[in-house]
Ligand binder design. Sequence first.
Ligand code: GLC
Length: 430
Amino acid sequence: MVACSDSGSTEQDNPDETDTSDDSSTDSEEEEAADEGEEEQVTIVYARGVDTTPATEAVIKAFEEKNPNIKVEQREMPADTGQSHDQYVTLLSSQSSEIDVFNADVIWPAEFAQANYVLELDRFIEKDGINMEDYFPGTVAAANFNGKQWAMPQYTDAGVFYYRTDIVDEPPKTWDELIEMAGELKGEAGTEHGYLMQAAQYEGLITNAIEYIASYGGEVVDEDNNVVVDSPETIKALEKMQEIVTSDFVPENILNFMETETENAWIEGNAVFARNWPYMMSSSNDEERSEIVGNVEMARLPAGDEGTASALGGWMTMINRYSEHPEAAWEFVKFISGPEGQKISAVEGGRPPTLSALYDDPEVQDVSTLFANPEFREVLQTAVPRPVSPIYPEVSDIMQIEISKVLTGDQTPEDAAANMQTKIEEAMAE
Ligand code: GLC
């Protein structure tokens, strides 16, 4: 294992030192300098996907006020997590120091840890006495690989159901009820569509599919890491998904819908129901952008035969192993994943905290009745993860292709389930 230096927060560092230094005298001099407040001005680059909420700006502002010696420059990455992933891999595999800190999707840590792209955070966590037990255990576990902590949980995500309170009192409880209600209610209150979801061929499609599959009692990979996707449950789930995607109550171009398209159509008041992540509550109530302020509530997703299931999403913060400013980067990571940063992200961005105590905070509870509901903590903690694997991107690509073919009518759900089974097995055996 490569040891990493503590000496990051000054301009004269170079990335090679970051990699090899175990010079403890440098460390203690640095610490003394820091204690005396003699730190130099540092600029760190923080990369993250598009944020349509005011949260990122607000977090950076609050951090800079508290840390006048550290400036945070933002680098905006694509909204599509798969595209962001590929750009990070290009950048990190070339050992570039262009970015210092970045947001990592919950599906990346195994791969990034194995490729040694990022710094282990254990010594920072210990040094600052951060209690990892304050965080939801699943989010800590998701960032732990080979016994080391590679990221700090920033916010968690679980697929949720949005409904218009000016159109319905109660959201549908099952997919079949959704189909009925969406068909009947589309057109009410100026809406064009009954339902919006993410059906484009990209990572978000997998999260939607996992929800259908789990709601019918199916799984992709079981707890012993066996591929079990070819099952009657998966087939039923894909049939239901296909029925919804090809219905006349979703937009005609639903196969191009990612989160952004969903959000835009939703806040324009174009739909009765939608599936998205909790952040869309913030956009829904944004006076400047939304036509439906005050008319939106979140609920659990509709159930299949086995109940309701939410896919586990979420983002963590990682430090580039080749950052020239690991100390300053850590200060930012600590802030953004700490109580203050997470509260801003919840209140300004509608993002569910990973620090459980924040759900008792009245301002966080004000975000939505779902945040205020203790059962929602359960939802977040029991959300269904995608397969955890260093080759997850490959698994996802296979699923994206096979499921898309079902949605376009080019393949039956039976064939998709069988193809996913063989192809994922092959990929995992390599
Ligand atoms: C959200 C989730 C993330 C997921 C992505 C899919 O950003 O937090 O985990 O991969 O959506 O589009």
